[in-house]
Design a protein around this ligand. Structure first.
Ligand code: S6P
Ligand code: ZN
Length: 186
């Protein structure tokens, strides 16, 4: 891909939009196979309307080496057998860092390096730093949609298989008065 020319991107934190717009991705429940602990509950949700769990809107900066793309992810509020709705989660194959800026709602950033687990509370204004080598997943633990801006190296890539193989160390469950982190096997 040839490098692109400088241009301005309009960032509307209130509306959680970037313009001009690049590609938009919609992830439905059926796209999250094998990620929730309760497979039957996941399957039932797919059969019952296959809801959109999250959307990712990108700016037109290409996902190519040395570029610095951005995207805004919005995760709907919901649970599947008590587990909070979340992104698939991925590892960057060539271990590059990334930042997230929380915009709306109440979320969290779950990170796992295959050994250690870290959780960051994400409320509007929080920048979460994802160091190289840490798989990352975003979780909506609040009562409204949770949105955040991501800025990441264009050549970082997305390894989703890593998460299917290794998990994310913890699962996030809704409780009576909030949420709880539970070991992955539970
Ligand atoms: C890309 C960055 C985000 C996620 C997005 C969706 O490096 O981390 O743009 O792609 O939040 O999550 P996922 O796990 O489905 O890619
Ligand atoms: Zn990433």
């Amino acid at each position: 891909t040839p490098p692109i020319s400088p241009f301005a991107i309009r960032f509307d934190a209130e509306a959680a939009t970037l313009s001009p717009e690049g590609p938009t991705l919609e992830r439905r429940m059926s796209d999250l196979e094998g990620l929730f602990a309760d497979h039957d509950a996941w399957q039932a949700a797919v059969a019952d309307g296959d809801p959109v769990v999250y959307r990712v809107q990108s700016s037109p900066v290409p996902e190519a080496d040395r570029e610095l793309p951005q995207s805004i992810t919005t995760i709907e509020r919901g649970t599947t057998a008590g587990e909070c709705w979340m992104t698939k989660g991925h590892q960057h194959p060539n271990h590059q860092g990334e930042i997230y800026l929380a915009l709306h709602g109440t979320g969290g950033l779950l990170m796992f390096d295959g050994d250690r687990v870290e959780w960051l509370d994400m409320t509007p204004g929080t920048i979460g730093y994802i160091p190289p080598g840490w798989a990352h997943r975003s979780v909506n633990v609040g009562d409204e949609p949770y949105s955040f801006l991501a800025v990441y190296p264009g050549g970082a890539g997305h390894d989703y298989g890593w998460v299917l193989e290794h998990g994310m160390g913890n699962r996030i469950h809704r409780t009576g008065d909030g949420f709880a982190l539970r070991p992955y096997s539970a």
